[in-house]
Write a protein that binds this ligand. Structure first.
Ligand code: RB5
Length: 144
């Protein structure tokens, strides 16, 4: 798959490890930055990643920041994005099975790297279950 990935300074080391991990499995990675541990603002990389997912330039996205919340809040401002925050393997599985997330968000300062890689693998391996979960997703857009 072609996968987009971004992080702020808090997630930059985990991002590099995830890129190597997924490339070793044959995936093509598009890195939206940052590639420095210098302090930066997560929306500056979250919005380009979200646009790439919405425009089908990448098939899925992965985003990291300290808590994951800044990335998730920013990404979910985009109509075509369902960004799900996962802090365990089980949540990583459910965010695909139940929420059909097209961006996986990880809290780099609150989970070990090994767990982050396992969550990525669970997210990649699982499929959306559809059915009642599709009905719920269909109700997400705000009606005016
Ligand atoms: C950076 O200090 C931190 O605020 C950021 O990584 C993230 O946790 C924001 O939600």
């Amino acid at each position: 798959m072609k996968i987009g990935i971004c992080s702020d300074h808090a997630g930059v080391e985990y991002k590099a490890a995830i890129i190597a991990h997924l490339q070793a499995k044959g995936h093509s990675m598009v890195n939206f930055g940052t590639d420095s541990t210098d302090s930066m603002d997560y929306p500056d990389v979250a919005h380009p990643l979200a646009s790439a997912v919405e425009n089908a330039e990448v098939e899925l996205g992965i985003a990291l920041c300290g808590t994951g919340n800044g990335m998730a809040i920013t990404l979910n401002k985009h109509q075509g994005i369902r960004a799900g925050l996962a802090w365990s393997v089980e949540v990583g599985k459910l965010v695909k099975e139940h929420n059909n997330a097209n961006v996986l968000v990880l809290p780099a300062r609150f989970i070990p790297l090994e767990t982050a890689l396992e969550i990525v693998d669970a997210f990649m391996a699982d499929s959306f279950l559809g059915g009642r979960h599709q009905r719920r997703i269909d109700k997400i857009p705000v009606c005016q």
